[in-house]
Design a protein around this ligand. Structure first.
Ligand SMILES: Nc1ncnc2c1ncn2[C@@H]1O[C@H](COP(=O)(O)OP(=O)(O)OP(=O)(O)O)[C@@H](O)[C@H]1O
Ligand SMILES: [Mg+2]
Length: 302
């Protein structure tokens, strides 16, 4: 896990000490009002040192500002290597931005804080091969409740993701789609109030993906969790999101924000073929294509 307070090229000693001492909180924390975004990314910039032997830092995220409202699902698309995961890591508190601030419910994110209840899920399932599916989902719960209560809750979650009957199966006995469903159940087990999803269905075949997307949407409709969803799949972004953010090639900036009509029917199959979806797809690809070409060449101009 990343050091919550990395000594980056752009953060001064004073700034780092202020963050560590919590004095920064006095300045930066404020009571969240209902109109405030749940996640607020404010003029965030971040660079990485390219290799362990040092060298010039490479700017990855460049002055990004974005607010995500309560219950909203924002899909983030952008070329490979532009900085999307870095952005999610900053919301999760795994990386501290060099410049700018990330807030979740008004609180400055500065390191990992379990009380924020951020669920984070990736393309790789991360299931522990020596634990059954049930005990994988119960893993986090066992820390806060008894083993029996954790198992009962895990069973309910497995039912919700459509994995009833596979409680005793090990990872090796599950298909890739089942593993991702188990991973989703595990992510939901902490009762997250914010979900960060980094290409969660990216490694699945097309049909399995449609099924898991439908299930995910039903769960999200019910729970209404504020979600940032990184994907390379434009169709997935159109079908799932309330708003789509197109990021530029590295160093990444917000290139376009495309709101979607929330009342649109969300049947993953029917919506794929309507005119509106076609137009949106074209518009998004128009924005994304030049960035993807730049990304292929190793990033944009710094
Ligand atoms: N810990 C790190 N140290 C050094 N460089 C890093 C680190 N993490 C990411 N990078 C670099 O930052 C850039 C952005 O990485 P990031 O993983 O955020 O991109 P991404 O948009 O998520 O890409 P993809 O779509 O392929 O997942 C890449 O050039 C990557 O090499
Ligand atoms: Mg990534």
């Amino acid at each position: 896990m990343a050091n919550p307070v990395p000594a980056t090229a752009h953060a001064s000693r004073d700034e780092i000490e202020k963050r560590m001492s919590g004095k920064d909180d006095q300045r930066g924390q404020r009571a969240a009002s209902p109109a405030d975004p749940v996640i607020s990314i404010e003029n965030v910039t971040h660079s990485f040192v390219a290799n362990k032997r040092g060298g010039d830092p490479v700017k990855v995220v460049d002055d990004v500002s974005l607010g995500i409202q309560e219950g909203e699902l924002v899909a983030v698309i952008g070329p490979s290597g532009c900085g999307k995961s870095t952005l999610l890591n900053m919301i999760a508190g795994l990386i501290t931005p060099d410049v700018g601030t990330v807030r979740v419910r008004g609180q400055i994110v500065d390191g990992i804080d379990k009380r924020r209840k951020i669920g984070y899920m990736f393309a790789r399932d991360g299931l522990l091969p020596w634990r059954t599916t049930l005990r994988n989902v119960a893993f986090g719960l066992e820390l806060t409740m008894g083993q029996k209560a954790a198992a009962a809750r895990a069973k309910e979650l497995l039912e919700e993701v459509g994995l009833s009957g596979f409680e005793d199966a090990y990872r090796s006995q599950l298909s890739q789609g089942m593993r991702q469903r188990a991973a989703l159940a595990r992510t939901l087990s902490i009762e997250p109030t914010v979900l960060l999803l980094d290409e969660p269905f990216g490694a699945l075949d097309a049909q399995t993906k449609v099924l898991i997307e439908e299930r995910f949407m039903a769960i999200r409709e019910r729970l209404g969790i504020t979600t940032v969803f990184v994907t390379h799949d434009l169709m997935e972004a159109i079908l799932l999101a309330d708003r789509i953010v197109v990021m530029s090639a590295r160093p990444t900036r917000v290139k376009a924000v495309v709101p979607l009509n929330r009342s649109r029917a969300r049947s993953a199959t029917a919506s794929r073929f309507d005119e509106e979806t076609g137009e949106l797809y074209e518009r998004l690809w128009e924005e994304l294509r030049p960035e993807a070409v730049l990304g292929e060449m190793g990033g944009g101009v710094q």
